[in-house]
Design a protein around this ligand. Structure first.
Ligand code: AR6
Length: 170
């Protein structure tokens, strides 16, 4: 199972996987950070499809095509805004990972890349978010062997180090 999880430093929009996950907001209509990068790289058809989805609640996920991206699909999930840790943020973040993996499986998608959901604009402390992300993914792939690869894509070296440490790679 350990071999199915990979950590990489880079830009998630460049990955030719079955599906990349977007750290979106509840409108699903784009924004900054990884969301902005994904919409720019996918092209305007992505926004057109997102307009049909009626948004998404925090902790849940919806799927679209990947359009001009090398990835075939995008799963848009809405992470919690960090409010100090007493607003159910940990459970909601875990739910983002579980809901995204579940959508991947129900759509027959086997390779999936995640950014560090909520760890940018939404302010979730990375040292708290990374163990949640890793635990959810490990639990899920132990139950669903059809998932072949999960890649945690990090935009900076500190985040990469946190994931590698959590996975016992450093
Ligand atoms: N590839 C991989 N990771 C990236 C990329 C990229 N191209 N760009 C940024 N990151 P954020 P959030 C990292 O702010 O905290 C948007 O406006 C980034 O360094 O994108 O969930 C949405 O519309 C950080 O580690 O997402 C929402 O309004 C991680 O991705 C809001 O931001 C997540 O940072 C969501 O905030």
């Amino acid at each position: 199972m350990a071999g199915k999880i990979e950590v990489m430093l880079g830009d998630i929009t460049q990955l030719a996987v079955d599906v990349i996950v977007n750290a979106a907001n509840s409108s699903l209509l784009g924004g900054g950070g990884v969301d902005g990068a994904i919409h720019r790289a996918a092209g305007p058809e992505l926004l057109a499809e997102c307009l049909t989805l009626d948004g998404c609640s925090t902790g849940w996920a919806k799927i679209t095509g990947g359009y001009q991206l090398p990835a075939r699909h995008v799963i848009h999930t809405v992470g919690p805004v960090w409010e100090g840790g007493k607003a159910n943020e940990a459970e909601l973040l875990a739910s983002c990972y579980a809901a995204s993996m579940e959508l991947a499986v129900t759509n027959g998608l086997k390779t999936i890349a995640f950014p560090a959901i909520s760890c940018g604009v939404y302010g979730f402390p990375p040292e708290k978010a990374v163990p949640i992300a890793v635990a959810e993914v490990q639990d899920f792939i132990s139950e669903y062997p059809e998932i072949e690869k999960v890649i945690f894509v990090c935009f900076d070296a500190e985040m990469e180090a946190l994931y590698r440490e959590e996975l016992g790679e450093s």
